[in-house]
Design a protein. Structure first.
Length: 340
């Protein structure tokens, strides 16, 4: 199968798996797992923060960050298409008691001016605005990159009003590779930030969240309460270290393949539109005389090509470590037969 459903579909490479066999391990709970400590220190440095915490998933990173930053009844400002609103099972409300104030904006992004307008005046009748969350890159907007100027503007407005800031950095390293701007620079104005090890980096499990030492100490409490330590987590952390050593710069290949796919789709007769392709995600909409997403996905699947739906007429294609130029050739042949 040629799997373009998501970059979460990657499987650890043979070389990555081999590092697990030699991983030095201890007890994460006691702070004695050296491989996990190396990964956390590495990511803290990468993101320009004091400390970091290895967690099983990016969703846990988001939810623990919200829990640390807000009190029950406080409000989080985020884009309406953000992961914390659409794909975390109501976690902010259920786990932190937080309200979420959704903003609109171009391709999954909003401006400092929008944040300023969204901040609620202090009143016993209103939920206090407490946290601003951004998603780098913006998944549902086709992997759109938040420009550094907008990140700085949003962070400046938030901090100026006494709010905290959080970056869902599931694909932050894609943005870093695409722009050449260091991840630490993009995260400079963020009080918390994390990167996913299982998407573009291709590791089997996990994400790493970073922030101040106090923030990470407080995050540990919720990690403990919501499931506890992972004990000999160096078995998993070893794959993350390998990924950081070997799989970051190669994301440029994913971006080039996505750009090729986007350009080809834009030229097909029964494709109505393609969102701008900035990283490794292609979102396109079929024309009224073309197949709907369910029909297109079924047709593609019958030919061994897996893509995912966005809505009744829109689909998403994601490039990653486990697809190469031949996979793209097959994908485009199938798309052309259905859409050209």
């Amino acid at each position: 199968m040629h799997n373009f459903q998501s970059d979460t579909q990657t499987k650890p490479t043979a070389a990555m798996r081999a590092t697990v066999l030699d991983a030095e391990v201890g007890d994460e709970q006691l702070g004695t797992d050296p491989t996990t400590a190396r990964l956390e220190n590495r990511v803290a440095e990468l993101l320009g923060k004091e400390a970091a915490l290895f967690l099983p998933s990016g969703t846990m990173c988001n939810e623990i960050a919200i829990k640390v930053h807000v009190d029950p009844g406080d409000e989080v400002i985020a884009h309406w298409s953000s992961h914390i609103i659409g794909f975390e099972s109501g976690g902010p409300a259920a786990l932190a008691g937080a309200m979420v104030h959704p903003l609109g904006g171009d391709h999954g992004r909003f401006t400092g001016e929008q944040v300023a307008r969204a901040i609620r005046p202090k009143s016993r009748y209103r939920p206090p605005s407490r946290l601003v969350s951004i998603e780098q890159t913006a998944n549902l907007a086709g992997g759109a990159i938040w420009p550094i100027e907008i990140i700085d503007e949003v962070a400046g407005v938030a901090h100026g009003a006494g709010l905290l800031t959080h970056m869902d950095g599931a694909r932050l390293l894609n943005a870093m590779v695409a722009t050449g701007i260091p991840a630490a620079r993009m995260a400079e104005g963020m009080d918390s930030v994390w990167i996913d090890l299982t998407k573009g980096l291709g590791a089997g499990v996990g994400a790493v969240m970073a922030g101040s030492r106090d923030f990470i100490d407080r995050a540990w409490r919720w990690k403990q309460q919501w499931g506890g330590a992972m004990r000999q987590s160096g078995i998993l952390a070893a794959m993350g270290l390998y990924a950081l050593d070997h799989h970051v710069e190669r994301m440029a290949d994913d971006h080039a393949r996505a750009a090729r796919i986007g350009a080809a789709l834009a030229g097909m007769a029964r494709v109505e539109s393609v969102l701008p392709v900035e990283t490794n995600i292609v979102v396109f909409r079929t024309a009224p005389d073309g197949p709907g997403s369910a029909e297109l996905i079924e047709t593609a699947g019958g030919a061994g090509v897996l893509i995912s739906p966005r809505d009744e007429r829109s689909c998403r294609i994601v490039t990653h470590l486990d697809v190469d130029d031949h996979d793209v050739d097959v994908l485009l042949e199938v798309m052309a037969s259905a859409l050209d």
